[in-house]
Design a protein around this ligand. Structure first.
Ligand code: DAH
Length: 341
């Protein structure tokens, strides 16, 4: 019996515990209920009763040694994992991070702004909640103009004897604000959101974007307007693009025109998008009406100017082949993620 105790003690002393698995193997071999130490305790019955206390003492001692070895080893293992930091599983698939990106409308607006700022235009902005006098009256809209109708305009305040408060229906009131605010020469573009009370469909929405332009100086002519629009259109839609100026009417310009570009999808041959005409309308424009200048305190005898206003969203739809304008306003990340930075 004493020999067995001695050899087990040697074995225990020599056992190397460096890992959690080895610690468990040690425990299973020596200290569990069916382990080797318990086996020796079981043999105690057959020992001479006179020697039993002594042998029993040796066994207790052996058991204590084994247990303290376990204790030591498990503490060493714990402090090792602590200093090594949290366990990293390098085989785990990575977590994907989505980076924000510019909305397609802002991308196209950005291109437009760049082209005009290269030509010397600076950016002016105005409020989306606008006064009726700026949105209509000072732009020479007659009192009975249909655009003033509730059917077309979102009114916020509409009271007898008070200036209307409304969601601007175009960016043209920013022209008025700029003219009231600065002295000519003036050369600005005014990008922004506008609102109209329209039936919502794939082709039209109650909110959309416009980019307005205004140039006032001495001796500005329609030829200046044409050259500016040509230069813009070539940079925006390609060098081969052709333009068509159609006579039109706006209360705030005289003469007025609407501008078409050759359809940049079919190159002017005629397709579904241009409705087989080969042309796409991109903007309205004209020479600033003397009444508009006068109402903003600028003398039309001394100064002249041109203005233009174009829709942004339609170009976005065509450029990115999006077939429903509502997608531009719904903020659905599944759509936005398709336009990475
Ligand atoms: N404000 C017009 C619209 O919303 C667009 C426009 C036409 C703006 C002619 C202009 C202009 O500055 O000269 O339909």
């Amino acid at each position: 019996m004493e020999n067995s105790i001695r050899s087990l003690r040697e074995e225990i002393a020599a056992f190397r515990i460096g890992t959690a698995d080895e610690l468990e193997a040690f425990r299973l071999r020596f200290t569990v209920r069916k382990g080797l130490i318990a086996g020796l305790f079981a043999q105690l019955k057959s020992v001479d009763p006179a020697r039993r206390p002594e042998i029993g003492g040796q066994l207790n001692q052996l058991k204590a040694e084994a247990e303290s070895k376990i204790e030591e080893a498990s503490q060493a293992l714990v402090s090792e994992t602590k200093t090594a930091g949290p366990a990293i599983d390098l085989s785990l698939p990575g977590r994907r991070h989505f980076t924000g990106s510019e909305h397609p409308v802002q991308k196209v607006l950005g291109e437009m702004k760049q082209i005009f700022s290269d030509m010397g235009f600076t950016i002016a902005t105005g409020p989306e909640l606008e006064l009726g006098s700026y949105n209509f009256d000072m732009l020479n809209f007659p009192p009975d103009h249909p655009a003033r109708d509730m059917q077309d305009t979102f009114f916020v305040r509409h009271e007898e004897g008070e200036d209307d408060v409304l969601l601007r229906t175009h960016t043209s009131p920013v022209q008025v604000r700029v003219m009231l605010d600065r002295k000519p020469p003036i050369r600005v573009i005014c990008p922004g959101k506008v609102y109209r009370n329209e039936a919502i469909s794939a082709r039209s929405y109650c909110v959309f974007h416009q980019l307005e332009g205004l140039y006032i100086d001495k001796g500005v002519t329609f030829a200046d307007l044409k050259a500016t629009i040509y230069s813009f259109a070539r940079q925006m839609f390609g060098q081969d693009v052709k333009l068509r100026f159609r006579p039109s009417f706006f209360p705030f310009t005289e003469p007025s025109a609407e501008v078409d570009v050759t359809c940049y999808l079919c190159g002017g041959k005629g397709c579904r998008v241009c409705k087989k005409s080969g042309w796409l309308e991109i903007m309205g424009c004209g020479m600033v009406h003397p009444n508009v200048m006068r109402s903003a305190g600028i003398d039309p005898e001394e100064w002249s100017g041109y203005a233009f206003g174009m829709g942004v969203d339609r170009t976005v739809l065509l450029k990115y082949k999006i077939d429903d304008i509502r997608l531009l306003f719904e903020n659905d990340v599944r759509m936005l993620r398709q336009f990475p930075a």
